[in-house]
Design a protein around this ligand. Structure first.
Ligand code: NAD
Length: 330
């Protein structure tokens, strides 16, 4: 396939930087637009142009897209912490939903061939039936999930009125790191279980807070579907290439849930050290179990190739060992 040109918003962030690697590995040309509020310029591989700007900045978007040579846009840029969104809902709607209006308008003005959105399992809220199928009615239980659901709705109507093709990819728990060690996870503050458990095991942070051991699950801890970030990146490329057939909405997960305790056991095995734990009460709004049915992505040929929990944890551990200060001190 001949090389193509893509704009990647939020490409300096965790999932976005792995997608940038996948595009570059395929020989595509990439421009990243990122304001670096939570991303890192050092996460970008050589040969990628970084435009340091907000997605909300319509003039910069126009300047970037003006030459008309972009085939598509991957839109990762967003705020993504459920708890923070409960405290600051309007900021989430401004940054996630408002910024997307600016981006969708710019894509329309410049005749972009398609947009792939990072959506989230949080659009489902506390879905009763597990695994969650893609035709489950969204029912977000947080401003974060609602802000993404609103972007999906805008994309649907922009498709209906203007024929801007899109893919809404609802990720479950992104985890792991590039198996080649070129990128990894460096959120500040970190809120995700696997990097927190690894750093607790390595003695780099206080004991891990385990929120609830009385959930209605086999071992009393919450169950989540961890999907390797490299598999997520691969799904974006497949989704973009399917857009000629019309919009798609896919769940991206492995279909297998792992309890918090089983993740901690895997981290301990891989690190060869215990994970110090401090028991804490349940967090309001945390569903007991979130597992994806990814039938549509699988039907399109996507297979999670790094799905084993051992590989997810070992790639994350390798990256954190080789980057003790994250991207700040490589
Ligand atoms: N990490 C997960 O487990 C997960 C799960 C479901 C969905 N998602 C979604 O995937 C996307 C990426 O998540 P991530 O974990 O890589 O987050 P991240 O914070 O690492 O990356 C987000 C990137 O976007 C940039 N950014 C944010 N708002 C911006 C704006 N308005 N203008 C320009 N740049 C902006 C940040 O600087 C950062 O580089 C998000 O949309 C998130 O909602 C992530």
């Amino acid at each position: 396939m001949t090389a193509r040109r893509f704009l990647v918003t939020g490409g300096a962030g965790y999932v976005g930087s792995h997608c940038v690697l996948a595009l570059r590995d395929r020989g595509d040309e990439v421009t990243v637009l990122d304001d670096l509020t939570s991303g890192h310029a050092a996460a970008l591989p050589p040969g990628v142009r970084l435009v340091e700007a907000q997605v909300e900045d319509a003039a910069t978007l126009d300047a970037v897209l003006a030459d008309g040579s972009f085939h598509g846009v991957f839109h990762f840029a967003a705020l993504s912490q459920v708890g923070e969104s409960m405290a600051e809902p309007l900021r989430y709607f401004a940054r996630n939903t408002g910024a997307a209006i600016t981006l969708i308008e710019a894509c329309r003005r410049h005749g972009i061939g398609g947009l792939v959105l990072s959506s989230t399992a949080a659009v489902y809220g506390e879905a009763a039936a597990q695994p969650i199928a893609e035709d489950t009615r969204p029912n977000p239980s947080s401003p974060y999930g609602e802000s993404k659901r609103a972007v999906e709705a805008m994309l649907h109507w922009a498709w209906t009125a203007h024929r801007l093709p899109y893919a809404a990819l609802r990720y479950f728990n992104a985890a792991g790191a590039d198996p080649g060690g070129r990128a990894g996870e460096d959120h500040r503050p970190e809120t995700h279980l696997i990097p927190l458990a690894i750093d607790a095991a390595l003695g780099r942070r206080p004991p891990l807070r385990l929120f609830g051991t009385d959930w209605p699950t086999e071992d009393g801890t919450c169950i989540r579907d961890y999907v390797h970030v490299t598999d997520l990146a691969a799904a974006h490329l497949i989704a973009f290439d399917r857009l000629a057939g019309g919009p798609v909405t896919w769940n991206l997960g492995t279909g297998h849930g792992h309890s918090v305790r089983s993740v901690l056991a895997e981290v301990e095995r891989a690190a060869g050290r215990p994970v110090p734990v401090e028991l804490a009460p349940r967090r309001p709004g945390d569903p007991a179990r979130l597992v994806a049915a990814s039938a549509r992505a699988q039907a399109a040929g996507w297979r999670p190739r790094h799905a084993a929990l051992a590989e997810i944890v070992s790639t994350a551990l390798d990256w954190r060992r080789s980057h003790p200060g994250g991207y700040g001190q490589c």
